[in-house]
Design a protein around this ligand. Structure first.
Ligand SMILES: [Zn+2]
Length: 129
């Protein structure tokens, strides 16, 4: 008789009672029991919860505006340089400096590239609706 009580006490100290169903569970098994038997795991984020889009959109538009500004600045610089080279070429037409022609074509290509990029960005910032 005394032996059974001892055994019961031993078991009682080895296990903890589940607060939900009263079942004896090993302490290390309790988190799993709660999770799988009583499904008390932290709920996964609701699928209809609004995604953190607005902030991302604001950041995106700020970076677009910054890019626009830098492209406009670049374009300005390229055009000024283009004017300088053209004037130099006009003034030194008799020298027939080929490096000036090269410089002009490089600048014109750069201007075209920047204009295209500018159009792309403007299309992105203008709503299609
Ligand atoms: Zn339980």
């Amino acid at each position: 008789m005394a032996k059974t009580i001892e055994k019961k006490l031993e078991i009682a100290s080895e296990f903890v009672k589940c607060p939900k169903c009263g079942k004896d569970i090993k302490p290390q098994g309790m988190p799993g029991h709660m999770r799988f038997v009583h499904a008390t795991h932290t709920p996964s984020p609701r699928k209809d919860a609004p995604p953190p889009k607005p902030i991302q959109r604001v950041v995106a538009s700020v970076s677009v505006v910054q890019e626009l500004k830098s492209i406009v600045a670049d374009l300005d610089e390229v055009r000024q340089e283009l004017e300088r080279v053209k004037k130099k070429k006009d003034a030194e037409w008799f020298k027939h400096d080929e490096t000036l022609d090269d410089r002009l074509s490089v600048l014109r290509a750069e201007e075209t590239k920047l204009k295209a990029r500018l159009q792309q960005l403007k299309a992105r910032t203008t709503p299609n609706t």
